[in-house]
Design a protein around this ligand. Structure first.
Ligand code: ZN
Length: 231
């Protein structure tokens, strides 16, 4: 029997405080406590996992569960929500992680560089993300794809429809050796928009699909120079 703050474990028969029993959702939606104490449940688990075959089985279930797309998405969303709510802690954690894992950083950078050079579509998305963040003066919350009202697929199609004959995903980006390349251009240049935050109309107009076009890198640079002189 219990006095309201403790409970008898059904297995070992000992009396423990309530928080020595795991919480459990009842069928009516309220919370109850497990019949066995934490120690007994852990003992059972450890005995079960001592058998290598059981261990393998458990690892397989764990992997399968965490590889599910909807689980991955949910975890990612939860993490982003947490990071937005805990900006300072996120920055501190990231700084510490970077300091403690210089080798991982190196590998990540290499992998990113490789991806940038091998996967133009990925590079385009990455550039969009960076340019949008910059236009919001680093006050960007969440993914850029949630800030615009078109999908990556729609952006891709829109750009491809605007291509000149010579343009393709193979010559997207900034030229390294003077070759002809194209970039995403704002038809009405970004400098002419007064962007306050991601919710204002100016931001929406600036990054609207009908304000974006593929343009040769040279033309884009000339346009930039013109507007910077005029500014
Ligand atoms: Zn017990």
């Amino acid at each position: 029997m219990t006095d309201g703050t403790s409970k008898v474990c059904r297995k070992c028969g000992l009396i423990y405080p309530f928080n020595w029993f795991y919480k459990q959702i009842r069928e009516n939606g309220t919370y109850g406590r497990r019949a066995q104490c934490k120690k007994c449940l852990l003992d059972t688990k450890h005995k079960y996992l001592a058998n290598p075959e059981n261990r393998k089985k458990q690892q397989k279930t764990y992997k399968e569960y965490h590889n599910k797309l909807e689980v991955k998405k949910r975890k990612r969303n939860n993490r982003i929500i947490w990071e937005i709510k805990n900006k300072e802690r996120t920055a501190i954690n990231l700084k510490r992680w970077k300091k403690e894992n210089p080798n991982k950083i190196k590998i990540l950078r290499l992998r990113q560089a490789r991806k940038r050079s091998n996967d133009p579509l990925w590079r385009m998305q990455n550039n969009m993300s960076r340019a949008i963040r910059k236009s919001l003066k680093d006050n960007k919350n969440g993914s850029w794809t949630n800030l615009v009202d078109y999908s990556i697929e729609e952006l891709k199609m829109h750009l491809e429809q605007g291509w000149e004959d010579w343009m393709s995903w193979d010559n997207y980006g900034r030229p390294k050796n003077g070759e002809q390349k194209w970039v995403i251009d704002h038809i009405k240049p970004q400098v002419l928009f007064i962007i306050i935050d991601q919710y204002c109309q100016e931001f929406k107009d600036c990054w609207a699909l009908n304000n974006l076009q593929p343009l040769s890198w040279i033309e884009n640079s000339k346009k930039h120079a013109r507007y910077m002189e005029g500014a």
